[in-house]
Ligand binder design. Structure first.
Ligand SMILES: [Zn+2]
Length: 490
């Protein structure tokens, strides 16, 4: 999940703070107009979404395709799933009405009304493979239609129904990211971190549901109409690695135009919504100025039930509805930073979770450093990070006796959230802050701007980040490697 976060800046107890955390491609999302386009028409009836999805696949790769593969994240919530989408420590809170299951069923796949062979398989029945009716060569397009249903579990999660909202994150079959020489990347729904990886595409979505719902969604609204007790909303988002929607009958909505971006805050439990909207505005302004322009025309900050701090999607972030006031602000800044680090500059979040999380978390430090009204300084924040990290090392070593401080490892190689938060959030903060002091302000910020500009709408690797700093004039290869490999002693 993108997810998650925490309040380690805010609490003295490192252990408690480390429980939370926030939770984001390496293949190429083409940086041009030739992108795959999804047209999704869906109706939500009760807890079931019924959808027709047209995928106008654009082959922007150096490969000829005879099949396409899609991740089916909705099927991770089915009974019998091998990978539990909810971490053990959150099970009781997430399954508020007892253990509950959902699932996704692919009804048909066709191309120009000709049925195509398909298979739902992979390592955990979360992978749809479609046999194409012809070879699709580089720069060619192929149109296919998928009919499916998504049954939503009663679960507080990215995808599910809870007491306050219906969360539609990762709700549709999404093309696996394609890495040249590797192939389509199957995402397994690990409970730790955000197990996602996708290439950018264009989206047009038409969603119908009970007219009493307020729809919070990624992208720009193009149409909204009510017929009887059914509301239909149409929206679109270009050059995005996913889209998400949150529905609620409780939402209050406030909007503000900031640097040409329409910011919307959907809330129902936040005791100080003005402060939260102010924080969203300040975040957009600050990151625009510091990293480069926000990539979309709209930004929705959406309060939802959520067991972690928050979760990022392109042009929409989910913010947990049970946070302390200061934590609301921290999560909003962190999730907003993900619009630069994960949404725009993508990465494989399973293999390189620290890449977007670490940058988002250090962006929070930069934000607070430049907004003293929130009561933090760079020094106190980094001191807190150092203290947290040292406690982690000490506790972990004593309990498990085999401390592993490698940042660069896949999600399934972390023992739990405590270790992941320290390696993907806290340690990268220390890494970036020391790097900044070493290479100087100008080189540091110049490199981040170049990284954003070069990898915006495509997927980066840790080595792309290192290469960008090297090109900016910083001899940092050994420095980064020592953190990636765990050899750096803090
Ligand atoms: Zn995050």
């Amino acid at each position: 999940m993108k997810k998650k976060i925490i309040t380690y800046f805010l609490t003295v107890s490192i252990l408690i703070s480390a429980i939370f955390f926030a939770g984001g491609c390496q293949s190429s999302c083409a940086k041009n107009k030739n992108l795959t386009t999804y047209d999704i028409t869906a109706t939500l009836d009760g807890n079931t979404l019924t959808a027709t999805q047209t995928v106008d696949f654009y082959n922007g790769y150096d490969t000829t395709f005879t099949e396409l593969k899609f991740n089916l994240f909705g099927n991770a919530f089915r009974k019998g799933a091998k990978y539990n989408p909810i971490a053990n420590e959150h099970l009781s809170q997430a399954y508020y009405d007892g253990q509950n299951f959902g699932g996704m069923e692919i009804l048909s796949v066709s191309s120009n009304e000709t049925p195509l062979n398909f298979n739902v398989g992979g390592q955990d029945l979360t992978l749809l493979t479609v046999e194409l009716s012809k070879e699709v060569f580089p720069n060619e397009r192929y149109l296919l239609t998928i009919n499916y249903t998504l049954n939503l579990a009663k679960v507080v999660a990215r995808t599910g129904v809870n007491k306050s909202t219906i969360n539609l994150g990762n709700f549709y079959p999404i093309l696996c990211a394609y890495d040249t020489g590797v192939g389509f990347y199957e995402c397994l729904y690990y409970a730790i971190g955000d197990p996602f990886y996708s290439d950018c595409a264009n989206y047009n979505v038409t969603l119908s549901a009970d007219s009493e719902y307020v729809f919070a969604h990624s992208g720009a609204l193009s149409k909204e109409e009510i017929n009887g007790n059914v509301k239909t909303v149409e929206f679109s988002l270009q050059n995005a690695r996913s889209v998400a929607v949150v529905l609620s009958k409780k939402f209050n909505v406030e909007k503000r135009l900031v640097d040409g971006v329409e910011i919307s805050y959907y809330h129902y439990n936040d005791a100080n919504p003005k402060l939260s909207l102010d924080t969203a505005e300040k975040s957009i302004r600050y990151f625009n100025q510091t990293f480069g322009a926000y990539p979309y025309s709209t930004y929705s900050v959406v309060e939802t039930a959520f067991v972690q701090g928050g979760m990022e999607y392109p042009a929409l972030v989910m913010i947990s509805d049970n946070l302390e006031e200061k934590a609301y602000q921290e999560v909003i800044v962190h999730e907003t930073a993900h619009q630069w680090w994960q949404t725009a500059v993508g990465n494989n979040e399973i293999e390189y979770g620290f890449l977007d999380e670490g940058l988002a978390e250090y962006s929070v430090v930069l934000f607070y450093e430049n907004h003293p009204e929130y009561g933090y300084t760079r020094q106190t924040l980094i001191d807190s990070s150092n203290k947290s990290y040292k406690v982690f090392c000490s506790v972990y070593d004593q309990i498990f006796g085999n401390l592993n401080t490698k940042m660069l490892r896949p999600l399934n190689e972390f023992s739990g959230e405590f270790e992941y938060v320290n390696m993907a959030y806290i340690k990268p903060c220390i890494m970036y802050d020391t790097l900044r002091t070493t290479v100087g302000e100008q080189t540091f910020f110049s490199a981040l701007k170049k990284y954003y500009e070069k990898y915006k709408f495509i997927n980066a690797t840790p080595y792309d980040l290192v290469g960008t700093f090297e090109k900016a004039g910083a001899d940092t290869n050994g420095y980064f490697e020592s953190f990636f490999s765990g050899k750096a002693i803090l």
